[in-house]
Design a protein around this ligand. Sequence first.
Ligand code: GDP
Ligand code: MG
Length: 201
Amino acid sequence: MRIHAAKRLMTLKVVYYGPGLSGKTTNLTAMHKSFADNQRGALVQLDTETERTLFFDYFPVVLGRIAGFRVKVDFFTVPGQSFYGSTRRVVLEGADGIVFVADSSERREEANLQSREDMVDALKGMGRSLDEVPHVYQWNKRDLPDAMPVSVLNGVLNPEGAPWVEAMAASGQGVMETQNAVLSAVVAAIHEQMSAGARRA
Ligand SMILES: Nc1nc2c(ncn2[C@@H]2O[C@H](COP(=O)(O)OP(=O)(O)O)[C@@H](O)[C@H]2O)c(=O)[nH]1
Ligand SMILES: [Mg+2]
């Protein structure tokens, strides 16, 4: 979280993490479309095939207010491919909230697990642990014939019992619900910090 006191502006960072092709860019594209022009900034998109200089997707949006501050949220995705490890770490740095987008396909079970481990390791490298970072899971691609049951996904990837949402991001389903879930978790954490600060003062 970055606070610009003079501007009464609070900037939050929300990162969509997950293995390659799980649907992170699809989420951001759908979210970007849903905001009004005067609320959102440009969507900067990664195209790994053709664009070698940009390694993530990003867009900013101005939402409501918290404690008299205007709230700007920067949404990012990380590139899933293994060789982009250092980019993933840079993008994850300072995240106020994380959405882990898992591919429900049985064939992606190992990729999901590896990506989650990579995320936990990256956080550890920053002196953080998953249980202190507001995060939610999106079980995406529920339309696939080989989609694993939600109970299995939760058992394997979400032992901590974080909030989760079923989605078919390609058709837009579950995208806003996921965004709302992560923002609620982030805002709750901020309120908690503020009231802890007030108790200490
Ligand atoms: N069947 C299915 N395909 C999806 C869904 N969401 C995204 N996709 C497809 O999965 C592919 C990878 O999506 P993308 O957003 O680029 O993945 P990223 O690598 O995580 O950014 C694209 O072809 C999407 O259209 C979904 O809910 N169901
Ligand atoms: Mg992508």
